[in-house]
Design a protein around this ligand. Structure first.
Ligand code: ATP
Ligand code: LTN
Length: 333
């Protein structure tokens, strides 16, 4: 029996990077899982709160992310889908783990250093403790595997350190989880600055393809994506980051290998190539959008999240009471 845990923040419209780097892998792991495996996929709303959010927009984004999960193929009969804040044990484990985390190791996190620069109203203390909450999300369910994009690797390393630290201080309690990062697609880059990752909070709209972008917008964004002037289609992320990113997107959207695509387009110009990349992305996203619209307004959505919350709570409570007992915060032994 294996346990898989992952989550995404409802901090805006999801991008193609979130799909190719994360959700696509959740779905394939789910579809390859055996009957007794446990898969927990949640909406990381507490994480979204680490930077200022508009409450009405956040409420909408939470529901929208749940509909996206379902539209992308997560199946509530195989995966437990839930909203993080509805399982209050997440906040509680985060506090307990903070007692064994060091400020120095949190200050070293690159995501913290990056996001800190962007805050205009001051840096919340939750931005610093964010990776501890994430470690809690994972350890609550005793995960074996955590599928994420490349940018989360450092947070996973911290999670592993905290699990080992807890085990050595309070006796064997947690499994030390493994980070699963896809070979291709783990870091989809911005269409406008292809040396930077595509991100849902990028203020430059045309830098990202959103999962819910209409067809004509996708075509325009890909057609105007930044490339280079040497006119050759080959995979070279250092010298040709724009074309390499489009090759990655094309490959992940169709299942064709990058080598195959390079061979196929060896005599083509960028214009034709970009048109085909856009077609591939549109073929991938249109069926997802159709299902999304169905789920967003369905009654099923709430039932699925209610059931998911109850199932996750059952597992989370067990872990938390074990932890508390080991830490000595229990009245009777
Ligand atoms: P934000 O811009 O709000 O920080 P984000 O777009 O980086 O958000 P997250 O919610 O932090 O998205 O990430 C959700 C999942 O998607 C994570 O597993 C993350 O690694 C993955 N992911 C995010 N961006 C990309 C990308 N450009 N390429 C591949 N995977 C990505
Ligand atoms: N921090 C992650 C989202 C996230 C997560 C998790 C991923 C929160 N908790 C637990 C895997 C496991 C991000 O992508 N920003």
């Amino acid at each position: 029996m294996k346990t898989i845990v992952s989550g995404i923040q409802p901090s805006g419209c999801l991008t193609l990077g979130n799909y190719l780097g994360a959700i696509k892998n959740f779905v394939s792991m789910q579809n390859n899982a055996s009957e007794d495996d446990n898969i927990f996929i949640f909406i990381a709303d507490l994480h979204a709160l680490t930077v200022p959010q508009d409450p009405a927009a956040l409420r909408k984004n939470i529901r929208s992310l749940a509909a996206i999960y379902l539209a992308c193929g997560l199946d509530p009969n195989k995966s437990t889908l839930f909203v993080q804040s509805e399982v209050t044990e997440h906040s509680e484990i985060a506090y307990l783990l903070q007692t064994i985390s060091y400020i120095g190791e949190l200050e070293r996190m690159t995501q913290y250093k990056d996001k800190k620069q962007k805050q205009v109203e001051g840096v919340s203390s939750s931005l610093l403790t964010y990776p501890v909450l994430m470690a809690g999300d994972i350890l609550l369910y005793n995960a074996d595997y955590v599928p994420v994009g490349e940018d989360q690797r450092q947070h996973l390393e911290l999670t592993r350190n905290l699990a080992e630290r807890f085990n050595s201080r309070f006796s064997e309690t947690f499994k030390v989880p493994e980070c699963l990062i896809a070979k291709v697609g783990a870091k989809i880059m911005s269409l406008q600055e292809p040396t930077k990752k595509m991100s849902k909070s990028d203020p430059l709209e045309k830098a990202s393809i959103f999962l819910l972008d209409p067809e004509n917008v996708i075509r325009k964004k890909i057609a105007s994506s930044v490339t280079d002037s040497d006119g050759v289609i080959k995979f070279d992320p250092i010298n040709k980051p724009g074309i390499s990113n489009l090759l990655t997107i094309y490959s992940c959207s169709t299942g064709k290998s990058i080598d195959e695509l390079v061979e196929q387009y060896k005599n083509s110009g960028y214009g034709d190539f970009k048109k085909d990349v856009a077609d591939a992305v549109i073929n991938l996203l249109m069926p997802i959008q159709e299902k999304y619209n169905y789920y967003l307004n369905s009654k099923e959505l709430d039932e699925i999240l209610d059931n998911g919350r109850d199932k996750a709570t059952y597992f989370a409570r067990k872990t938390l009471s074990k932890m508390k007992r080991k830490m000595g915060i229990i009245r009777k032994k």
